[in-house]
Design a protein around this ligand. Structure first.
Ligand code: 5CA
Length: 157
């Protein structure tokens, strides 16, 4: 299969960090959590969506890896971070991660990004994350996600 360059970058980042997870490129869109769940045949809750926010004061990016069914409570997160969460536009996401919205992976970004992981993902043995492209994903365990991102596991909703 001819993998997209952006998906190859994610596969390379996985290998570099010593992970055996395989990036798969699908015939159907995995742009949204619902589409990704349909394409791989899992529950939407098992999709680990990588959401980028822009911190209002520092201007730094924040990555929240959330279960596909959950909506981030920005007030709870702001209290924990110590500053408000702002919206990230498509350019901000691309500049800081190197990937486009709909394919942002939890690993392989341009720069190190502070990461929070939704504790609800730990209800599942296996979950799926975006792999750099809106038709590419990889399967992983919640423990692997934690090791890949060094993220803080907490309730985000
Ligand atoms: N590949 C799938 C499943 S892993 C995926 O990336 N899903 S996602 O939910 O993480 O990515 C879409 C997310 O991008 C949306 O939840 C939303 O937070 C964000 N998004 C969508 N459109 C925009 C936009 N115009 N500006 C900023 N963020 C956006």
């Amino acid at each position: 299969m001819a993998y997209k360059e952006s998906a190859l970058r994610v596969q390379g980042a996985l290998r570099e960090q010593g992970f055996a997870n395989e990036v798969v490129e699908l015939p159907d869109s995995t742009r949204t959590a619902a589409e990704a769940a349909r394409a791989v045949g899992c529950d939407v809750a098992q999709i680990a969506k990588s959401l980028i926010f822009r911190l209002a004061v520092s201007g730094k990016p924040l990555l929240i890896v959330a279960s596909g069914v959950n909506r981030v409570d920005e007030n709870i997160m702001a209290q924990w971070i110590g500053e408000a969460l702002g919206k990230a536009d498509a350019d901000f996401v691309r500049v800081h991660t190197g990937f486009v919205i709909g394919g942002v992976p939890p690993i392989g970004h341009h720069e190190r990004i502070q990461t929070v992981i939704d504790e609800d993902l730990f209800r599942y043995d296996l979950i799926w994350a975006a792999a750099g492209h809106p038709r590419a994903v990889f399967r992983l365990t919640p423990a692997e996600l934690k090791r890949m991102t060094d993220g803080t596991v907490m309730s985000i909703k």
